[in-house]
Design a protein around this ligand. Structure first.
Ligand code: HEC
Ligand code: HEC
Ligand code: HEC
Length: 128
């Protein structure tokens, strides 16, 4: 094997290694999902703010839809979309309540449907 052939092989190996490291880096980055806060508070017009056990739902549902089909993963997005008229009042609430009702009727582990279990007086005046 002459010198230039060795250089060529070393060069090719370095290229493959570089690509492999690049791919490993990219997939590593996409695994680091921003889960947002553990619990969230949504302002709820004239009634007490709503509590959203955020991580609990992520684990429970194993996915970010159905919630984030309606609004982006951004603090304050529900309020902004409601103000802009792109989300109706109680549209997000209906999504929450509908799922809890369906699961209750199906007799499986379900969330609350009573107003006061979501709308918590103790959260009045609090934001996130
Ligand atoms: C049960 C509904 C629901 C599910 C499921 C859900 N989220 Fe959220 N998420 C919310 C709500 C409500 C907000 C707050 C929106 C607002 O402040 O207007 C939010 C906000 C966020 C934010 C922004 C938080 C901040 O303070 O900047 C991130 C990031 C986020 N979610 C990530 C995720 C990811 C990732 C998943 C899936 C693994 C997920 N969420 C599943 C309801 C949900
Ligand atoms: C599973 C949780 C949950 C339950 C149960 C629930 N709500 Fe809500 N509610 C929410 C959430 C979240 C919001 C804020 C987002 C929205 O407006 O869709 C909200 C918003 C509201 C609003 C404000 C709408 C606006 O912008 O003016 C009112 C009023 C309201 N709820 C009344 C009620 C009443 C009355 C009950 C009981 C019959 C009830 N809610 C039960 C979660 C719930
Ligand atoms: C697709 C189904 C689904 C949607 C959508 C959903 N939930 Fe739930 N939620 C559940 C289930 C299932 C549980 C039962 C969790 C448990 O008992 O551990 C639950 C539990 C809860 C609890 C009680 C948690 C506890 O520790 O007891 C609250 C509060 C709640 N949900 C609020 C909301 C709000 C507010 C929304 C909308 C922003 C929402 N949920 C949307 C399925 C859903």
């Amino acid at each position: 094997m002459n010198r230039s052939a060795i250089f060529l092989k070393v060069g090719a190996l370095a290229l493959v290694m570089g690509l492999w490291l690049g791919i490993a880096h990219l997939s590593g980055a996409s695994e680091a999902v921003d889960k947002g806060p553990e619990t969230l508070i949504l302002q709820s017009g004239p009634v007490a703010p709503s509590l959203v056990p955020h991580w609990k739902h992520q684990e429970l549902l194993g996915r970010c839809e159905p919630c984030h089909e309606l609004f982006p993963q951004k603090a304050g997005s529900v309020d902004s979309l409601k103000t802009e008229g792109k989300l109706k009042k109680k549209q997000v609430m209906n999504l929450c309540v509908d799922c809890h009702k369906q699961k209750t009727e199906a007799g499986v582990q379900a969330g609350p449907v009573r107003c006061r279990d979501c709308h918590r007086k103790e959260l009045k005046g609090q934001t996130q």
